[in-house]
Design a protein around this ligand. Structure first.
Ligand SMILES: Nc1ncnc2c1ncn2[C@@H]1O[C@H](COP(=O)(O)OP(=O)(O)OP(=O)(O)O)[C@@H](O)[C@H]1O
Ligand SMILES: [Mg+2]
Length: 251
């Protein structure tokens, strides 16, 4: 089905120069269910933005909207990446522009080793990181390169899932609950790696239930509540504001 071209209800915004990644007034639907409700925020190049909120706030739906997956359907608004209109693109085109979504379930391909999972991601040009560079960042993956990917521990699978994204030439990493089910020491290890990835110039949006871990890592934070933005500011502000955390994050 051809979706109608999204449009911007707030045309005056179009006069503003877009940030590296700009989400402008997007409205996304699952069928008739209106889920992402006029969401606007900017992400600056090379920063880590924590996208937070309670269960069902619309975090995953927002990430899926940015990655241009078919569902939810973005009916209104604009998404710009580096002056390119993602809102006019299909998911494969957004991927070619450098958007990588690492979904909650990690999607390691059964029957393939760690290395084969990575090599598969390298097939489509332009190539991203070399295996050597990936193993340098994730030594655990290097040690287990011949092991079947699905037999890795949860933390190692998360690393493989992030590493696989880096094997493509990406600009933006969208992480949906990368710390879910992981021990604090592994969370710390992955957070350290995400810091290194930021230092290499990659822009990251991290969605996390473990808000404190995400905020400790992130530069800025956006909080969603029932599909709308209720906070946009520095990560430190959220860490320092007990009332805000209690109201929207229940921590
Ligand atoms: N495929 C779908 N069809 C219909 N409604 C959906 C679908 N997926 C999600 N929703 C609804 O959209 C709303 C937002 O869901 P979403 O998964 O984006 O929230 P979330 O913030 O990621 O929550 P969580 O923290 O639990 O992962 C919820 O009310 C959810 O029930
Ligand atoms: Mg979710």
């Amino acid at each position: 089905m051809n979706a109608p071209a999204p449009f911007n209800k707030h045309a005056n915004n179009a006069a503003t120069a877009p940030a590296f990644l700009s989400i402008w007034n997007i409205e996304s639907y699952y069928g008739e269910s209106y889920i992402v409700q006029d969401v606007t925020f900017n992400v600056h190049e090379g920063e880590i933005l924590a996208l937070l909120g309670r269960n069902g706030a619309g975090k995953t739906s927002t990430l899926r909207s940015i990655a241009r997956l078919d569902s939810p359907e973005v009916r209104y608004g604009e998404i710009w990446l580096d002056h390119k209109p993602l809102h006019e693109m299909k998911s494969y085109q957004a991927a070619a522009e450098g958007i990588a979504l690492v979904p909650e379930d990690r999607r390691i391909i059964p029957g393939l080793t760690v290395e084969e999972n990575l090599q598969l991601a390298q097939i489509a040009p332009p190539k991203g990181w070399s295996l050597e560079r990936v193993y340098d960042l994730f030594p655990r993956l290097g040690e287990r390169r011949k092991q079947e990917g699905v037999t890795l521990s949860g933390g190692e699978q998360q690393m493989l899932s992030i590493a696989r994204a880096l094997c493509r030439d990406i600009k933006v990493l969208l992480l949906d609950e990368p710390y879910e089910g992981l021990a604090p020491v592994i969370v710390q290890e992955i957070a350290k790696t995400l810091g290194v990835i930021r230092d290499q110039g990659i822009t990251t949006i991290i969605v996390e239930q473990n808000a404190v871990a995400a905020l400790t890592l992130a530069d800025r934070a956006v909080i969603l509540d029932t599909g709308s933005v209720v906070f946009d500011g520095s990560a430190k502000e959220v860490l320092d504001d007990e009332a805000l955390r209690a109201e929207y994050l229940a921590i």
